[in-house]
Ligand binder design. Structure first.
Ligand SMILES: CSCCC(=O)C(=O)COP(=O)(O)O
Ligand SMILES: [Mg+2]
Length: 246
């Protein structure tokens, strides 16, 4: 079944939506795991590392946690795919350097890039909202197998600049930052809790269900769903339900 939305902007989740969770877990996670120790030891004075370490200590409620304890916590969060903000900050530092060095190339499902190019060509604004840090998102889109996709993207949002993905307030912040009415925004994600939060903020939301992804069997509750981006049409009239133009 095809889905049609009259919106001005589409906001994209990454893992499970544009890209395979398996790739993130099997390629990116080991890459960061093997580099946490050196990052914590050699760059402890880097302001971003220091800020993330402070956040880890706060989350653990262990103000004196040393580098060994911090690394253990990061590894445990990796094992559980826990989307802790300081984990994502440190991964973002490591991955963006890995992408820049050419060690890493990102992954997008086959249907995604042609559809993103079409929507962008049609004047639909594209934003990203992922638990992966903005630095990681930037590197991910810049180093795709199809080349640099960053020119397609207007805004990048993560759990630091927008907030947790399961809270409606985060979606209100993104709408304000993007300068777009809630009813003119469409969120695509694999996780029902994120779709619920977007809808509670007045956005349109579609669950992306791809066979083999962790949330495939659970489904997306009562949200509209699509198996690929090909099933979604965007028309952008610029006319909101209340009749005002954007
Ligand atoms: C380029 S971001 C890498 C993926 C990642 O670490 C992540 O947590 C993605 O989570 P999402 O919110 O996009 O499902
Ligand atoms: Mg996801």
């Amino acid at each position: 079944m095809r889905l049609t939305f009259d919106v001005d902007a589409v906001v994209l989740d990454i893992e499970g939506t544009t890209s395979a969770t398996g790739f993130v877990v099997d390629v990116l996670y080991p890459y960061s795991r093997s580099r946490f120790g050196a990052l914590l030891a050699e760059r402890a004075d880097d302001p971003e590392v220091r800020r993330a370490v402070t956040q880890v200590r706060e989350l653990l409620d262990e103000p004196d946690a040393d580098a060994v304890r911090i690394e253990k916590a990061l590894d445990e969060w990796l094992d559980g795919d826990v989307k802790a903000t300081p984990l994502k900050t440190l991964q973002g530092l490591i991955w963006s350097e890995g992408f820049a060095r050419g060690d890493l190339v990102s992954h997008f499902y086959d249907d995604v890039v042609p559809v993103l190019r079409r929507w962008h060509g049609d004047g639909v604004r594209l934003h990203v909202y992922s638990s992966g840090s903005v630095a990681a998102q930037r590197a991910w889109f810049a180093s795709s197998p199809d080349g640099d996709l960053l020119p397609l993207v207007d805004g990048l949002y993560d759990t630091e600049n927008a907030g947790p993905k399961q809270e409606p307030e985060s979606y209100r912040r993104i709408a304000a930052a993007a300068g777009t009415e809630a009813g003119r925004l469409l969120f695509l994600s694999d996780r029902p809790g994120e779709l619920d939060a977007a809808r509670a903020a007045g956005w349109h939301a579609v669950g992306i269900r791809r066979a083999g992804e962790p949330y495939y069997e659970q489904g997306v509750g009562d949200h509209a769903q699509a198996g690929s981006f090909d099933e979604i049409d965007i028309i952008s009239t610029g006319i909101s339900i209340s009749g005002s133009t954007t």
